[in-house]
Ligand binder design. Structure first.
Ligand code: NAP
Length: 323
């Protein structure tokens, strides 16, 4: 990334303690970078320590809503990565404060100290969306590019990996429930992508292998409907369950109540998100703004997901059906 080698190069990862963060920190640690993880609760980053050598990974407190703490966490860093995102609003954690103003704080900091910036958004980011999440992500992208035109933006589709919140959640639900819901009939299309592949793309972008000012759309090798994904979960965990279509308005009504749970399984805003396909656009493919264009051959969910969903089988790691 510059004349310095990775060992002398500090990268600050905002949101590095989350699901994608673990994969990004691992990718950077393997390449020898010094990593500063900036989160609100640095005491919850112990799981990252084994990913690097002693002293290679260090956590500091920062809140994206507080510009001064964002700048303090960036001191001396040659690259900044912003992974901070929320799926529902709570207290002062509003979509606009985190996804838009917070993203702008990181980008202004990168600009002020001449650091490279990789900003993580999401496929579906759209200022015209009926989902506040999607609108705030789009506004965040715009704020980032206005502050630093050379920023690299990556928009993943739904992520999978051992700690994911999608396959694990529906497998856990299938264990206790006789049926799985097909929200909106289950026809929304997704392009699930391995968190490790997205982390490789982000680490490559830190090294200048992505084109600055470009928005990459990162999807896996397969496009599947929500219904097909539920069928894949059931097959993987060797369980039979009913798949019950739930019209959007019914899901929305349920979500209106569920949203008040401490960690809501569904919110009305997420139901809105499910109305739109979550796949890499034709334009991104045409213009080479994909994983493949970055030289990454993405892993399939068939190879990765069974390696961690087996725990939801009745027989655990042993197959129930024998040849
Ligand atoms: N998971 C997916 O399927 C998916 C799909 C598309 C896009 N994305 C995007 O990818 C990014 C990473 O997602 P993820 O699944 O890894 O999320 P995650 O597991 O929820 O992690 C979020 C991280 O952000 C930190 N954080 C939250 N609020 C913060 C704040 N105000 N200031 C500083 N840090 C804050 C959290 O730590 P503390 O709580 O300790 O601060 C945590 O480290 C997000 O931008 C998300 O929108 C994810």
């Amino acid at each position: 990334m510059n004349a310095k080698g990775p060992l002398d190069t500090l990268v600050t990862v905002y949101g590095g303690s989350g699901f994608l963060g673990r994969h990004v920190v691992r990718a950077l640690a393997r390449r020898g970078y010094r990593i500063r993880v900036a989160v609100r609760r640095p005491e919850l980053t112990g799981h990252l320590q084994p990913l690097g050598r002693v002293g290679q990974i260090h956590a500091v407190q920062a809140n994206l809503r507080d510009a001064a703490s964002v700048a303090a966490a960036a001191q001396g860093a040659s690259a900044l990565i912003n992974l901070v995102g929320i799926l529902f609003e709570r207290g002062r954690q509003r979509f606009s404060a985190v996804h838009t103003s917070g993203a702008q704080h990181v980008a202004s900091t990168a600009k002020a100290q001449g650091a490279r910036l990789v900003h993580v958004s999401a496929i579906g980011a759209d200022e015209k969306s009926s989902s506040l999440y999607a609108r705030s992500k789009a506004a965040g992208e715009r704020a980032v590019l206005a502050a630093l035109a050379s920023a690299v933006i990556v928009r993943p589709s739904i992520l999978f990996g051992p700690e994911d919140d999608f396959f694990n959640r529906f497998a856990a639900l299938a264990r206790i429930s006789p049926a799985l819901p097909l929200i909106g009939g289950g026809s929304t299309r997704f392009q699930p992508v391995f968190a490790g592949d997205v982390a490789t793309a982000i680490a490559d972008a830190v090294e200048g292998k992505a084109v600055g000012g470009t928005t990459y759309e990162l999807g896996g090798p397969e496009v599947r409907t929500f219904k097909e994904l539920m069928e894949f979960v059931l097959k993987t965990i060797e369980r039979r369950r009913l798949l019950i279509p739930l019209p959007f308005f019914v899901a929305r009504t349920q979500a209106t109540i569920l949203q008040f749970l401490p960690k809501p399984p569904l919110t009305p805003d997420q139901v809105e998100l499910l109305r739109t396909d979550n796949v890499v656009s034709d334009a991104a493919q045409r213009e080479g703004r994909t994983l493949q264009a970055l030289g990454i051959d993405p892993d399939t969910m068939e190879t990765i997901v069974p390696t961690y969903l087996w725990r939801f089988r009745k027989t655990g790691q042993f197959h129930g059906r024998v040849a």
